[in-house]
Design a protein around this ligand. Sequence first.
Ligand SMILES: C=C1C[C@]23C[C@H]1CC[C@H]2[C@]1(C)CCC[C@@](C)(C(=O)O)[C@H]1[C@@H]3C(=O)O
Ligand SMILES: O=C(O)CCC(=O)C(=O)O
Ligand SMILES: [Fe+2]
Length: 375
Amino acid sequence: MDSGLCLVSSLKHQTIVQNNFYDPSWLQKQRHVPMNFVWPKECLVNANEELQAPLVDLDGFLKGNEEATKNVAKLISKACSTHGFFQVINHGVDLSLIGEAYNQMDGFFKQPINRKLNARKKKGSMWGYSGAHADRFSSKLPWKETLSFPFYDNTFEPVVTNYFDSTLGEDFQQAGVAFQKYCEAMKKLGMKLMEILAISLGVDRLHYKYLFEDGCSIMRCNYYPSCQEPSVALGTGPHCDPTTLTILHQDQVGGLDVFADHKWQTVKPRSDAFVVNIGDTFTALSNGRYKSCLHRAVVNRYKERRSLAFFLCPKEDKVLRAPQDIVSRDGTKQYPDFTWSRLLQFTQNYYRADEATLQNFTKWLISSKTTNPLP
Ligand SMILES: C=C1C[C@]23C[C@H]1CC[C@H]2[C@]1(C)CCC[C@@](C)(C(=O)O)[C@H]1[C@@H]3C(=O)O
Ligand SMILES: O=C(O)CCC(=O)C(=O)O
Ligand SMILES: [Fe+2]
């Protein structure tokens, strides 16, 4: 790849782009946000109130208390049937592990751009550093830098530690150890949440777990630099996560908005809580009963913001379909059978995930079956 700087003049601004990567420190110093970071007005409507979403205390459920389990299932069922979002406390994850993850993440993102680019995502891969996804998109660029890496535990290898060693080098060996522990804790919490989701849907509590036991999940560190024009830019545009379940921790700056009751609402950060949202894949696995949460991340003028997003994903080739007894109770099956491999391929190669990914994926899947019927 050509390593030279190239001057790309857009309508109003000259933008220095290095290898399709923006230098955030340069971007921030410009009077105006470059045009390709400006979002359509309909995506920028202000959130004027705070989401009153349930704060689910997992303590009793994790200790096996039947009464507590019933109450948690009821709370989660109501939240997931409306907007697909809730927060959990007493989740069993050591808070110092979260703090260490932020410290290690800061160590990476505060490096100069040329050092970050040593870990840049290669074409066709999800793993590595990305600046504004400028290598993938040419407009509505998110005002963020990300570092994404895989997590799977059907191996004795510490895959995250190995990833950091091989990609970021020995300076980040400690970061690799910290994120290995963090991802293990996320997977454990994710499996518990899969149990309570099954219970809340009236199916066997182990029904969904087998899908994830040997799946490859996605860990993503989001770093949102402060922005000189926060009213026209977005850290992450409006979208539903195509994945199954997201377990996200946000720092204390604030900026996560959820679309509920026909309006954008802010999610007040809680340092002791994880944000949990239903993704498109679980909407299909619940036969449409649970909503894939529409959300976005806004930026601000004064302070960078960080979030740690763990996306629980099923084994790529497992056939995903709603439990038969839910379909029987509902009378019709809402979605075609699919695999995570196909949905991931759709979002990485054909369609940028937004609020309509699942509908468009379904159409794409059916059309690709009719044009290329399986043998
Ligand atoms: C499977 C995935 C695609 C994205 C990362 C995970 C789950 C969330 C998706 C994403 C964050 C939704 C908004 C658009 C996106 C392009 C982004 O802003 O990063 C999406 C991710 C991606 O395609 O890399
Ligand atoms: O940073 C946030 O609060 C949200 C990020 C997000 O939605 C994502 O990475 O999918
Ligand atoms: Fe998201």
